[in-house]
Design a binder for this molecule. Sequence first.
Ligand SMILES: *[C@@H]1O[C@H](CO)[C@@H](O)[C@H](O)[C@H]1NC(C)=O
Ligand SMILES: *[C@@H]1O[C@H](CO)[C@@H](O)[C@H](O)[C@H]1NC(C)=O
Ligand SMILES: *[C@@H]1O[C@H](CO)[C@@H](O)[C@H](O)[C@H]1NC(C)=O
Ligand SMILES: *[C@@H]1O[C@H](CO)[C@@H](O)[C@H](O)[C@H]1NC(C)=O
Ligand SMILES: *[C@@H]1O[C@H](CO)[C@@H](O)[C@H](O)[C@H]1NC(C)=O
Length: 876
Amino acid sequence: RSRHHRESLTAAPPETTHITLLETNPCLVHYCNKGRECILDESGEASCVCQRKCPEVEGRRGRRLVCGSDGHIYSSHCDLHRTACLSGISVSVRRGVHCIKHGKGWANPEHEAQWLRPSPTTPITTTTAVNTVATITDATMLTTETPVMVSSEIPEEMTEPAVVDNEIESGEFMGKENPDGCTMQEYEIMKDNLLLYNHARLMSQDNHSKDYLVSIMFSHYDSNNNGNLEPTELNEIAREEHLNSLSSGCSLEDMINFEDGDRNGKLSINEFYIAFSKLYSVSVVSLDKALETNRVTARVGDNVEIKCDVTGSPVPPIVWRRNHLDLSTIGEEEVRVFADGSLYLTRIQLQHAGNYTCHAQRNKDVVQTHILTVHTVPEVHVTPRIQSKRPGEDVVMYCHVAGEPFPKVEWLKNDEPLHLDSPKKYQIVGNGTALRIRKIGFADTGAYMCQATNTGGLTRDISSLVVQEQPTPSAPNEERRFFAFHERGVSVYEPTTCRLYHQIQSTDIIPGTQESVCGGKGVKCVWGRAVNVANRYVYATQPDKDRILIISKVQMVVVDVVATDKFPVDLYYVPHLDQVWILNWRSTNNTGIKTVQVIRDAGQKRKHHTVHPEPIDGQFDLVRGLFIPSPNQELSHYSFKYGYVTHTNQRGLYKLDLANLRYTRSVDLTPYNCVPAQVQFSALYGLVIMQCLEPVTGHPTGQLLLDYLTDTVVATKPGLPGVPFISPDSRKLVTLDRTDSGATLIVQEITPTGVTFSFDVKTTLNISDITFYPSETTHSYDIYASAQDKEDILFLNLLTGKVEIITGVGRAMAPEMAKWGNPNRPIGGSGLFGQYMVTPANEALFVINGRSRTVNCEIGAVAHPSSIVWTTLKYH
Ligand SMILES: *[C@@H]1O[C@H](CO)[C@@H](O)[C@H](O)[C@H]1NC(C)=O
Ligand SMILES: *[C@@H]1O[C@H](CO)[C@@H](O)[C@H](O)[C@H]1NC(C)=O
Ligand SMILES: *[C@@H]1O[C@H](CO)[C@@H](O)[C@H](O)[C@H]1NC(C)=O
Ligand SMILES: *[C@@H]1O[C@H](CO)[C@@H](O)[C@H](O)[C@H]1NC(C)=O
Ligand SMILES: *[C@@H]1O[C@H](CO)[C@@H](O)[C@H](O)[C@H]1NC(C)=O
């Protein structure tokens, strides 16, 4: 069944048989979670039910048992998932632990944490006994029959946000059980307790090695001094010292069952040593109070090793977690837990910032928190790079700064601070976003530096000013143009003069082929989306032609045609991998049978073709949505390694490894009743922001925040409906909630501690689309929003909440005419220092000047423009 989804280097669209198959069997496109299977009901609708039967498992090494997070042993993975489905409880596979018992009875309160209770005359000493398990709290316990007790491990996954079936490293457990009911788990606990008891009893004043302790124990137990421990000796000592309550089900005598390697019915000193050599959770785990929280700072790109200060004797195995998820299970090469208990983070990105905790495997009470702060070297860009002016004129230069933490911004002239005491001369706008110089004289010639400083370092960029009587006309160092896709082809314009540069007609023959751009005379072009690729090409989907056109930015002609699956619509460019991701709808309707394809080396000059990502679970990867981080995010660099896909009505996500074109994990959002409809990625602090809908009804269920690293849910905003948009600097989150009477824009701030509400704005405008525009007074962004049915553009200052309206931008095309999920009134800015935005009306293009908030020009006689792509030409 997965045949069609192997990499197809010839880029053949799927065969028709494949499509017929899907139409006749809805189960092929209906995804069921593990432990469930798809069935067709009487009306032929697909639905998921608990798997009716598990296949018989025959293994060469006998029965491979699976240990569940509920503490039960299952005969197979299928058995585990099926049982979980039938009981309605989330159970995952546990690795590297011993299960308790068959049957019920584990999740029983009386089995839960019964902490260590040391005896008063023999206090356990630790060097820094501040935060240990051994808190002597209950004096009445001291005289009871129970000398010590170590808690059994509580199945932790049960209390955590569900991450389904993270079976990249699945855990299997070879059943080993003593017939008399003393399980491995209980036996281990007994040995632990025995050691703790003896530690407390025999070694109150010293902290010798465990081996020493074990040797003392041996000689103490070997009452006849014959160098062996016989069952009678063990029973006797257990009776004398009331050791039978060390564990439920195991007695001291069981040591002979488990440890008697040579089967001579008694334990030698070697066998006794071996019995304790594998134990780890002995003795007291401790952490110096002063080390409870540890601050770690790192710069993007650094490698950091973090040591866990939770100690014990012997050194206990350490578990590292982030948002409660065990980091040894996330399969992330940049996040590794070493055997010595340290955490190793390589090529740190902003997303790695946050809290990491560590604790001993068998003791979750002593926890150390490491707060990792990640900073970047500031990024600074100025414009213009050079300008030449007459004396007496006013000049302005702009600076944009990005960095974490946000840097201090200053302007310097020729390395010296500006003399700001003459305010009539210099005016610094906002936080240094612009420098104005009034009535310049020859002395103002110089190199003006915008300088940004934070803990990550210092960066400068220079804007030069030359004051001359006869200014040399300086050619701009770059020029922006936009490609407008409309029914008669593609037109390329310059936004300042609104001059048409070039026109690709629908009837033009594509060079090197016999085909025309859109078809013969009178055939209207149909465009899906268009994107800028490496500022070298513009890629545009032609849904009705099952292909992508690649247009050269400079030559402004079609240079390549790439065949795709049926109805390609959405396009995403991933700059650091030079990939274009395509979402093929395979229908004229927006349904859940879409396929994903990738064009690699998308910005390279070569013949391009598509490949499919790897199949998932051997099934067709037919998806509902594809979510790829935006290429416009500042500070993101190489950090976005993943995207996500969704399936129809599935309350969850599949995580997509972009470089390797394969799925790595699934994320279960059932507890939040969330079918993700829109996903945004924040480079800062690694947040994934999702708009959630209910399955079937499609009612909003609010916003969810996920940690990009662990895919755990870190915050829920059930009362916040609407489509999220994130600013390019990842500091503002604007949610557009369309209502019957217009729209509400909810503005939130992204901070190191999460997303916080700033303000909201209600408008009666029916908002169609939103674009971010660099703020004039901060280094962040404001928004412009277009309207579905009014000739107005709304401007919203995201710092102050101030609103302005730009009027007279023409009538948009009727909302029902907008196809392929496009807004009927798109609006798009031209990026940093790009002064202009373009918004297509029904039969025209409007160029908006975002600085003056006026209409710069109207370009008429453009038939139903649907997409705009900005490009930059750089002159050096
Ligand atoms: C106990 O052991 C620790 C670590 O091995 C050591 O630093 C400490 O000095 C020892 N304390 C005593 C009393 O021997
Ligand atoms: C990180 O840990 C610190 C100290 O325990 C705590 O105050 C803070 O809220 C934590 N931050 C997050 C995002 O959990
Ligand atoms: C200006 O920059 C400082 C840091 O230097 C920052 O704390 C402050 O919030 C910024 N103000 C605005 C309006 O962005
Ligand atoms: C697409 O949707 C329309 C309206 O919802 C429906 O009438 C039509 O049958 C659908 N087409 C397909 C191919 O599913
Ligand atoms: C928004 O759309 C609704 C329904 O189409 C309409 O009644 C309302 O007048 C519109 N609002 C504006 C400001 O045009």
